[in-house]
Design a protein. Structure first.
Length: 232
């Protein structure tokens, strides 16, 4: 996965990594077609549209890769950004002492992570529509900033403060409406397991590099520190 996301898919090297991943997933599709189980891919293989149409092998493979890509960089960046936020804000220790804070802590990490992901998905108006004070004509694009929504002072007191006890936390980190993140529940559970495990096993964790010096990477529309050097 790292090889695929690190390379420009338009280059021969990126295309070759993509082809390897696609071949691997096509192999999985064939295996599940031959021997279906109680899993997502087998379910997708069995889905039949109202007109009897089914997803072809390549469509299935692309859907699996899309799920892998959508859920990979986003969640791994939430882990690295969240670790840095917890350690630099001094709230890592609070989470160690009070593990019950892990759910609001994850929501606060997600609130602060935005601006680093999925911000560039435009929407196009089908008809003329008024949004607040602005008239949007049919066909025009609208870019809704999740980062701005997550820092709206009308919704969040002291929006620029990272606060793992923030409740309620009506963050829009997974988008809104028909394209709301398919993996939102999974991502929250993954992050809760990670931060609960990290604080339980490494109570003395500390950064060994300045947060400003961390190597950042951008994967498609999502950015975060590639490594977070720590000691304990
Ligand atoms: C911290 C983790 C994650 C964040 C912050 C995140 C964020 C988002 C956002 C903001 C959108 C909406 C994009 C739009 O408005 O067009 C989205 C869509 C999506 N996400 Fe996530 N996501 C995360 C994890 C995951 C995971 C783990 C999966 C799958 C296993 C996933 C799969 C998807 C898919 C398939 C869509 C497209 C939904 C659609 O267009 O109908 N995401 N995500």
């Amino acid at each position: 996965m790292d090889a695929v996301v690190a390379l420009d898919l338009m280059t021969p090297a990126g295309g070759a990594e993509w082809a390897k991943l696609q071949d691997y997933v096509l192999g999985l599709v064939a295996a599940k077609q031959a021997d279906p189980g109680a899993d997502l891919l087998s379910t997708l293989i069995g889905i039949r549209a109202d007109d009897g149409d089914r997803l072809g092998e390549l469509e299935l493979a692309i859907m699996v890769i899309a799920l892998l890509l959508a859920g990979y960089a986003t969640t791994s960046h939430a882990i690295s950004i969240g670790t840095v936020l917890l350690l630099t804000s001094g709230q890592y220790d609070a989470l160690c002492c009070e593990p019950g804070l892990v759910a609001p802590a994850v929501d606060e990490v997600l609130r602060r992570q935005t601006g680093r992901n999925a911000e560039i998905m435009p929407r196009f108006a089908h008809v003329d529509v008024r949004l607040g004070d602005v008239e949007v004509r049919a066909g025009e694009p609208v870019l809704a900033s999740l980062e701005a929504a997550n820092h709206d002072p009308a919704r969040f007191s002291e929006p620029h403060r990272f606060d793992i006890t923030r409740r309620p936390n009506p963050r829009l980190s997974f988008g809104y409406g028909p394209h709301h993140c398919l993996g939102a529940a999974l991502a929250r559970i993954e992050l809760q397991v990670v931060f609960a495990g990290l604080t339980a096993q490494f109570p003395g964790l500390r950064l060994t590099a300045s947060p400003d010096q961390l190597p950042w990477r951008t994967v498609f529309a999502d950015s975060g520190p590639q490594h977070v050097p720590v000691a304990w």
